[in-house]
Design a binder for this molecule. Structure first.
Ligand code: PMP
Length: 343
């Protein structure tokens, strides 16, 4: 892979903004360089633009070199950055599985980058040949999401590897829901595939969607371009500090995942017994895709009862489907009891 051929020339040649915190490292007796208010410590100071302390901690947790780690304002930030770094508006294109997480297309559309959808097969597995056939010499990125949203299933690892090995561009594997899956993360494969970017997030299993911290893992060269293009202080001090404390509670996160996975299995069991349910699709995530007799009516009824699920009726291959997040046992009971009462 020749990174220079893949990156937009203006980004390759970009001279990034150099902030005060980039220029001086170490301890000083007076910080008079950044036009901050000297009072109200520690909130008066700009945060570390590269989040080095937190990166050390998260890199240890993930057993990876901190140079291969980028933090974004949610994993939505690296999704947008990857489009802006690699795709020339009006010229380059992106190939992605369909259906999948909606932000890949939104970011492509915002940047005026053609977005080519390749349907998953009937069982939501990856159609490797169709993905590769959709590629042309202006395709810069292939997006795959596993476990996939909204279908819930993991894509086959060997199928994903075939795509990574056969494509001469950037492959993004979005692992937002990886903690709920029994498959191994692609993080261990990073050294083997310099064209691979893996996305993960603190928004799901770690229970921190509100504080907005997402991760992109890639070779240090690609991470360097993320750092060049991002806003200087994209991760605020409160988030950096808070996540540093929360990740000490690894056992709590693992207990949550265990609880949610067992809840998921119980929920599937109960849903399958409802006459209105035609099919519960296999899932490796913390949600289930359920085909019901009348998705719109069921969605509206649940909203009236104060229960909010996601109506995926209009999404390709998801006709008649609702996407239901796995909650605590009381929420599953409420959902099932409410559905039983629907006329
Ligand atoms: N990827 C997938 C597959 C998602 O479903 C989501 C959020 N629903 C995200 C990324 C973005 O998550 P965040 O920005 O909170 O990290």
């Amino acid at each position: 892979m020749n990174l220079q051929n893949l990156i937009r020339p203006n980004i390759y040649n970009l001279k990034p903004y150099s902030c005060a915190r980039d220029e001086f490292k170490g301890k000083a007796s007076a910080y008079l360089d950044a036009n901050e208010n000297p009072l109200n410590a520690p909130y008066n100071r700009y945060p570390d633009p590269l989040q080095n302390d937190l990166k050390e901690k998260v890199a240890r947790l993930k057993n990876i070199d901190p140079e291969k780690l980028f933090f974004g304002n949610g994993s939505d930030e690296p999704i947008d950055l990857v489009v802006r770094i690699f795709c020339e508006p009006g010229v380059d294109n992106i190939v992605a599985i369909d259906p999948t997480y909606g932000m890949y297309q939104v970011c492509a559309d915002i940047n005026n980058v053609e977005y080519r959808k390749v349907h998953l097969l009937e069982d939501f597995s990856l159609d490797v040949d169709s993905v590769l056939n959709a590629v042309d010499d202006r395709t810069k990125i292939i997006f795959m999401c596993s476990p996939n949203n909204p279908t819930g299933n993991d894509l086959n690892v060997n199928d994903m590897k075939k795509v990574i090995q056969s494509f001469n561009g950037i492959v993004v594997i979005d692992e937002a829901y990886i903690d709920f899956s029994s498959r191994k993360s692609f993080l261990t494969e990073l050294d083997q595939y310099p064209n691979l970017i893996v996305l993960q997030t603190f928004s799901k299993a770690w229970g921190m969607a509100a504080i907005r911290l997402g991760m992109a893992f890639a070779c240090p060269e690609i991470i360097g371009f993320f750092n060049k293009v991002k806003y200087p202080y994209n991760i605020n001090l409160l988030t950096q500090y808070f996540v540093g404390e929360e990740i000490k509670k690894l056992k709590r996160k693992e207990d949550w995942v265990e609880m949610l996975v067992s809840q998921r299995e119980k929920l599937i069991d109960q849903l399958e017994k409802l006459p209105m349910v035609q099919k519960v699709y296999p899932t490796d995530a913390n949600f289930v895709l359920v085909k019901v007799n009348d998705a719109n009516a069921t969605y509206r009824y649940l909203v009236e009862q104060g229960i909010i699920v996601r109506n995926r009726n209009n999404v390709s291959l998801c006709l008649g489907c609702l996407r239901i997040t796995v909650g605590i046992p009381e929420e599953s009971t409420l959902l099932i009891d409410t559905l039983k009462k629907m006329k």
